[in-house]
Design a protein around this ligand. Structure first.
Ligand code: NDP
Length: 450
């Protein structure tokens, strides 16, 4: 699709010129700007106040050296990133990704998406993202600890409970957050809610571990109910990934009556026609930090196939991509449709390529984009921040019930915004518009200072 609105076309061109060789960032910006065309046409003030020109440029980008020493005394150098994208509605908030594929483009695409996602939650959180090209896989606990301490030594100068509150993401789980939190406390002598996803013993929130996957299913369930008069009950579900989001999406989809038949990692996928046994997956991934192929050795009747893309060839009613960006391309989308998929809920960030989204939408597939569908993680992180500020903790049921209400609200806000702007049922546009409007109002109210 090309831009009909010349102002947006110019903004997009400027983004590509100013940020060369950043395809993921361009992709994320393009998708949002395309959705905003009807909004810009109706509101000339957005152009006059330069809101769109400003929103595509991060408020601050911090790139830094992270050196650490491995168990054999060898020195390694990684690159650290924190992009503080937008603080119009609250302190920057977004995860830290530790993966060899991390670069400026990936962090900026994630930080940009985070602005709208965080706004959609209805909670006061701005958008940011960080990470490093460090790979925790295959490292000892001590190596991971030394990396995290080095990373936080620089990051601590730029974050704070009222400034910027990072969280987990790919490669950053409870272990990494613990090491980073310990280092922050040591450097600053402060026990504050500067990170979320903390352990329960030191300020974490119940239900944060489950939140993104559970939230994905709550939103998908609402979408099925409103737009298809159905639910997860009796549906076959294909899930990719076997990390934090995938595991708890599988658990909740199963609790809601679905049968989850696949999970994957970057090497391949497992297929279990009887329904995935979540306890076995948890033991392999959370306790042993092993590979998903191990599942086939432990569960009779299940099959492991090498190559992660093959997961999309398994017939299903509902697909929940929960691994990484651009994991569903046009071809995979077409196979899913041929095999009868009726709904797709994005657990990972931007897992469908623009061509895949186009295929889903033009074939009438219910499609819940990541910004809306995986916002449960950051929403519960914001609930963790509230509990830290109150020096108080809610029960699992209290947090889970707030999460449920937030996800249902996000669905309706996106659905209603799409209807208001003449694209009923297009949740991609609806989520972008609903998330944008609040941030734009705040930016206009606060004047043009940066
Ligand atoms: P984890 O690190 O816990 O798990 C990631 C999973 O995805 C692993 O199974 C991993 O396999 C797989 N994966 C990672 N990179 C690739 C790749 N390049 N190709 C194929 N598979 C890959 O991360 P999370 O579960 O936390 O995050 C998954 C997605 O959800 C990400 O897009 C993240 O940004 C998003 N997300 C996470 C939130 C959270 O609360 N954790 C909140 C909102 C979004 P392998 O082990 O082989 O690398």
């Amino acid at each position: 699709m090309s831009f009909k609105n010349q102002y947006l076309a110019n903004v997009y061109e400027q983004v590509t010129k100013r940020n060369p060789n950043e395809p993921e960032f361009h992709q994320a910006v393009r998708e949002v700007l395309e959705s905003l065309e009807p909004v810009v046409e109706k509101n000339p003030k957005l152009v006059e106040t330069g809101v769109i020109d400003r929103i595509v440029e991060p408020e601050r980008q911090i790139f830094f050296r992270v050196s650490w020493v491995d168990d054999n005394g060898k020195v390694h150098v990684n690159r650290g990133f924190r992009v503080q994208f937008n603080s119009a509605i609250g302190p920057y908030k977004g995860g830290i990704r530790l993966h060899p594929s991390v670069n400026a483009s990936v962090i900026k695409f994630l930080g940009f998406e985070q602005i709208f996602k965080n706004s959609l939650t209805g909670l006061p959180i701005g958008g940011g993202k960080g990470g490093s090209d460090f790979d925790p896989k295959g490292k000892s606990d001590n190596e991971v600890m030394r990396f995290c301490q080095s990373f936080m030594t620089e990051l601590s100068k730029h974050i704070g409970a009222d400034t910027d509150v990072p969280a987990g993401d790919i490669g950053t789980g409870a272990r990494e957050i613990g090491y980073m939190y310990g280092q922050y406390k040591r450097l600053r002598n402060e026990f504050t809610g500067v990170l979320t996803g903390k352990g329960l013993a030191y300020g974490g929130s119940l239900a944060r571990t489950e939140a993104t996957g559970y939230g994905l299913c709550y939103l998908t369930q609402e979408m099925l109910s409103v737009m298809n008069n159905s639910s997860f009950e009796g549906k076959t579900v294909v899930i990719s990934g076997s990390g934090n989001v995938a595991i708890y999406a599988a658990q909740k989809a199963t609790q809601l009556g679905g049968k989850v038949v696949t999970m994957s990692d970057s090497n391949g996928y497992i297929y279990d026609a009887n329904g995935i046994n979540i306890d076995v997956v948890k033991q392999i991934k959370e306790v042993e930090r092993g590979r998903i192929s191990e599942y086939a050795n432990r569960v009779a009747g299940s099959v492991y196939t090498a190559g992660c893309k093959g997961v999309w060839t398994i017939p299903c009613d509902v697909a929940l991509p929960c691994a990484t960006q651009n994991e569903i391309d046009k071809e995979s989308a077409e196979i899913l449709i041929k095999n009868g998929v009726i709904a797709v809920g994005e657990g990972a960030n931007m897992p469908s390529t623009p061509e895949a989204v186009e295929v889903f939408q033009s074939n009438g597939i219910l499609f819940a984009p990541a910004k809306a569908a995986n916002a449960g993680g950051v929403a519960t992180s914001a609930l963790e921040m509230s509990q830290n500020s109150m020096r108080y903790g809610w029960t699992f049921e209290e947090v889970d019930s707030k999460l449920h209400d937030i996800m249902v609200n996000i669905f309706h806000n996106a659905y209603n915004a799409a209807e208001k702007y003449g694209v009923k049922g297009n949740l991609v546009a609806g989520a972008n518009i609903a998330g944008f409007e609040k941030v734009a109002d705040a930016m206009m109210a606060q004047g043009i200072a940066y």
